[in-house]
Design a binder for this molecule. Structure first.
Ligand code: MRU
Length: 350
């Protein structure tokens, strides 16, 4: 995606070095950082320097490839299994991360070159799948539509293009007039910080809304369509996505507003029978209690925004039951969130 005059991917690997956009600094500073070993890649995922299902999937693939590159000649297997365990322990919910470690680990058992090739393939495929999601999702957007989105499922959350925002980018390029309502998405504000930055950079009209404003806007007929991303989709269509998605979906159904999930096949967990099996990440209470932004000197600082001494709970995702989802936009087309359609998808994915 274009940043200024240069095209960037969110994450990429050149030789034995992984390059990534430091997302904790956005939208205040655009900085590329490097990770040269598996541990550094894992730290970047844990601290959310890189985040979003597809982007952490690509990063996990590169991290696994780096483990093969750096594996010692003795105790190789123990080293590789420990590296895989470390990568898979970074964040539990996004299926793409496990999809990537499985694939790169299997390829690496053939050769180091195969591990690298597979990691690069996963990243390239993630970008191409996202582009195709834009092509299919564009059909849902009519000229003049007002679209609400939650969290950031734009290009920063993937290798390029994004999922929920990809149809918006395609529609906008085709000259359709679109207005985007961006949920701020507390506590980490991926909507207010990242989605808003992406839309602003692309020149797409939008406003940031408080997380609790969606129902009000929907009840006043101000939203035509909702598109969000996904972190893991079960075989029955139940979908885990950023905390707060479930509320939007329930309210959308009440007001007859189409609610779509946009996700590549790599986000589907074909071994997971229903949403209650999806692991939900619990993050630090500090993300709720403190907010971070540039101080008057431009330096990022954290400030307490809650009653001192009170504690917080911080589940990072929720599960939207399939009955609230109108359809799932994938790189293979738009499908119904049901077992039959998802089994069909799994067959075409072999
Ligand atoms: O915690 P994050 O920022 O990694 O959460 C992921 C998300 O941005 C969303 O839930 C998104 O809609 C799915 S991943 C593109």
């Amino acid at each position: 995606m274009l940043v200024g005059t240069k095209n960037y991917r969110t994450v990429w690997m050149e030789g034995p070095t992984v390059f990534l956009i430091e997302q904790n600094l956005l939208p205040f500073e655009f900085k590329i950082i490097q990770a040269v070993d598996t541990e550094a890649c894992c730290e970047a995922i844990r601290s959310m320097k890189i985040r979003g299902a597809g982007a952490i999937g690509a990063m996990a693939g590169f991290a696994m490839a780096l483990a093969f590159i750096r594996a010692p000649k003795i105790n190789t297997e123990t080293y590789l299994l420990a590296a895989r365990k470390e990568i898979e322990a970074t964040r539990p919910t996004a299926r793409n991360l496990f999809y990537a470690t499985e694939k790169v680990f299997a390829a690496g058992l053939v050769s180091v070159e195969e591990a690298i090739r597979m990691a690069q393939w996963i990243a390239d495929k993630d970008a191409e799948d996202s582009r195709m999601i834009g092509v299919y999702g564009n059909d849902l957007i009519r000229d003049g539509f007002r679209v609400e989105t939650h969290c950031n499922a734009g290009w920063l959350a993937f290798v390029d293009y994004g999922t929920a925002l990809s149809p918006i980018y395609t529609a906008s390029k085709q000259g359709k007039k679109i207005f985007v309502y961006v949920d701020e998405t507390r506590p980490r504000s991926q909507g207010a910080r990242l989605t808003a930055w992406e839309l602003q950079s692309a020149g797409i009209p939008h406003v940031i809304i408080p997380d609790n404003a969606g129902a009000h806007l929907m009840s006043h007929g101000k939203i035509d369509l909702i598109i969000t991303g996904a972190d893991r989709i079960a075989r029955n269509g139940d979908t885990a996505n950023k905390i707060g998605t479930l509320e939007k979906a329930i309210v959308a159904k009440e007001f007859g507003i189409p609610f779509y999930i946009a996700a590549p096949v790599s986000t589907f967990d074909f071994n997971c029978t229903g949403g209650n099996e999806i692991p939900i990440e619990e993050r630090s209470e500090d993300e709720v209690l403190y907010q971070e932004g540039p101080d008057t000197d431009g330096i990022l600082r954290k400030i307490l925004v809650c009653s001192p001494g009170s504690h917080a709970e911080n589940p990072a995702f929720d599960v939207t039951p399939a009955k609230y989802i109108t359809g799932i936009i994938t790189e293979k087309g738009i499908i119904k969130p049901d077992r039959k359609s998802i089994s069909g998808l799994s067959r075409t994915n072999k």
